[in-house]
Design a protein around this ligand. Structure first.
Ligand code: GLN
Length: 194
């Protein structure tokens, strides 16, 4: 199928996501401005620093066009900082930090593994079991009724979905395993059919 997935490339871990998509034969482009956004069928938001990304989304003029595309049903996949950008509520965020309210979860920044900045753990998920790399990861503290928990560690949700919005608190692009990218692509393929 002819599909183009955008990778938000304002800041953070975007390059490894593009490599994952290439490894499964999916065409991707880095998105830094509204014109590039208009050519994609889906958008991946990488890990990085969500407050910086929030600022860059405003200054690049991308915030409103992305919000409009999400409202129109464009599939989005946010990982780590990307998950924070999609959440309906950010706890411990910077006061001027914005998010898209695309998935009904409350996330607390840097709260997963407060003692250790980073850790790795097996994520048990209905999509498969994943090696999860958590780096100053957000913790999901509340989940809305419409949100499906796809994966967790120690009974805590770390992979969630609401309609065409997918979010992970870990970094799937760092474990040499593109199954979650494949899952996201399948969401996009199903949307394209309708
Ligand atoms: N702590 C970062 C933030 O608040 C997220 C960390 C990450 O994406 N690895 O944006």
């Amino acid at each position: 199928m002819n599909m183009q997935v955008g990778v938000l490339a304002l800041q953070g871990a975007f390059a490894a996501h593009s490599d994952c998509l290439t490894s499964i034969g999916v065409q991707s482009i880095e998105v830094r401005n509204p014109e590039q956004l208009s050519s994609v069928d889906a958008l991946l938001m990488p890990g990085g620093e969500s407050s910086t990304m929030s600022q860059l989304l405003e200054s690049s003029g991308l915030f409103d066009p992305i919000a409009a595309r999400i409202a129109d049903g464009m599939p989005v996949f946010g990982t780590c900082a990307g998950m924070i950008l999609l959440a309906s509520e950010i706890l411990d965020g910077r006061s001027d930090q914005r998010s898209f309210s695309a998935i009904d979860i409350s996330v607390r920044r840097n709260a997963f593994g407060r003692q250790v900045d980073s850790f790795e753990a097996t994520v048990n998920s209905s999509v498969g079991d994943f090696h999860g790399v958590f780096i100053r990861a957000p913790r999901i503290e509340r989940i809305g009724k419409e949100v499906e928990v796809l994966g967790s560690i120690n009974n805590e949700p770390v992979l969630v979905r609401q309609g065409n919005v997918l979010a992970a608190s870990f970094h799937p692009e760092l474990s040499n395993d593109a199954r979650l990218h494949e899952y996201f692509v399948s969401i996009t393929a199903n949307r394209k059919k309708v």
